[in-house]
Design a protein around this ligand. Structure first.
Ligand SMILES: N[C@@H](CCC(=O)N[C@@H](CS)C(=O)NCC(=O)O)C(=O)O
Length: 81
């Protein structure tokens, strides 16, 4: 999985949840002050231009903190998130 995040932002919560899973993931830094969230390559993935965004193993994306947290908990029950 790939997490698009900005250190120190709300996306840090999803980063912490991912660290609790026994599964590797990649973290991609989105520089919000520099406006990375409005660049075409990011908007193509997430037209809302927000972080966090999770790209799942099948290539589909999830946005919205609560939706990502819920999906991680439901799909990784052993982690007891
Ligand atoms: N409802 C979204 C809100 C996400 C959100 O607004 N994230 C902020 C950072 S904490 C963001 O991406 N801001 C974009 C910007 O400032 O342009 C969620 O819960 O994930």
């Amino acid at each position: 999985m790939k997490l698009y995040m900005t250190p120190g932002s709300c996306s840090t919560g999803i980063h912490i949840l991912l660290e609790e899973l026994d599964k590797p993931f990649e973290a991609y830094i989105v520089n919000l002050p520099a406006g990375d969230q409005y660049k075409a390559d990011y908007v193509a993935l997430n037209p809302k231009s927000t972080i966090p965004m999770l790209v799942r193993d099948d290539g589909s994306t999830l946005t919205e903190f609560q939706a990502i947290a819920w999906w991680l908990a439901r799909t990784h029950p052993k982690a007891k998130l």
